[in-house]
Design a protein around this ligand. Sequence first.
Ligand code: 6PG
Length: 470
Amino acid sequence: MGQNLILNMNDKGFNVVAYNRTTSKVDDFLANEAKGTKIQGAHSIQELCQKLKAPRKVILLVKAGQPVDDFIAQLVPHLEKGDLIIDGGNSHFPDTERRAKELAAKGLLFVGSGVSGGEEGARHGPSLMPGGSPEAWPLIKDIFQATAAKTKDGEACCDWVGEGGSGHYVKMVHNGIEYGDMQVLAEAYSLLKDILKLSHDEMGQIFEEWNNDVLDSFLIEITRDILKFKDTDGSPLVEKIRDAAGQKGTGKWTAISALDMGTPVTLIGEAVFARCLSSLKDERVAASKILKGPEGVTFSGDKKAFIEDIKQAVYASKIISYAQGFMQLREAAREHNWNLNYAEIALMWRGGCIIRSAFLGDITNAFRKNKDLKNLLLDEFFTKAIHKAMPSYRRVVSQASLLGVPVPCLSTALSFYDGYRSAKVPANLLQAQRDYFGAHTYELDTQPGTWVHTNWTGRGGRVASSTYQV
Ligand code: 6PG
């Protein structure tokens, strides 16, 4: 990925020096991919820093965690005040906040930048989400915006996110949404295969059609290709892959942060748990021989209509997932004092990254129309879209449930929607239960802010416990 980003920056006319601690890799790169370019190589960190013009801009693309700290420690002695270190890995945002503070104390600038799009993106235009020392932005703006992907209208999928760890936070939420999108598509595949019994070519064709409409996106595109892909024996390769999903942690961090802030980001949380459940492969195989699902029931409806229902369910759940993702960003901005621009964030994700889609253009429009939009679901375009999709969405979740096909993300997002649109939810009973067994007190609906305790049994005391919220 580092090599591709270097080649991309060189194509845009910037002078780049490549360094890798395995110096033979630098020589190999210069003799092959970088041959005939202006790219220079360095065999030591000292040489790298000598070859760069001040203020130096050094971008690290190393594994998140200790390797980033180790690299920074090696770089610092060779840098001068005003130089800039950029971490382009998937670092956890609290680490980025800490590094920005530590380096500021040394007079150095620091940027934690989300970089999305994999190898391809790095070469031809990634989505870049930089945040950190505000003085760093003018130093890298031209390089980053020239290197980044562009939308159809020529806008760069890169802008300044904000201070501290905000760039890496936005990338983390991008990855959480990526987990959600992928799981929803996996559920759609399972519905098409297990309920409608479609062949892989038929499924591939459906994804192809979906890609020409509101679901137009990179993940739909690659799913189409994966479904159509045949192994050397002519059978679909996807069916030979063990159904146990891996994860590097960014989805989990997103869910943990949402829980920490008390933001109901249910679809991403469920997508992480779905990966966890998938990885219990041996346990599931054993349980499948004991635990029964619905028996003797098969789908008897109109196949074509149900395929359209699944498409609508995917679209509606996606609207809910992004609404939740932006709720999380809004809460994080409040908590960390970041001034996030949601329209620009949607634009940064519009091209280059893994969740790139036409749909993100609609989100940019919604936030450009109203930058204080409280929830994406309340934007007129999305309210209409979700109302239209709802009958289909409900049919899909109920069919899946009746036939025993797991759709964790589709169903959790539907429940969130029904909860969010309810003026009254049953939490009054929870409050009564808390007060009953623990004298935790409750508020009366007519008097919010006034805390009351009831002696529910006549045996409890009159004294309420002190109340607090986490
Ligand atoms: C990207 C991706 C990338 C991440 C993969 C793998 O934006 O280019 O998000 O950063 O490495 O998504 O993540 P998991 O291994 O956790 O699925």
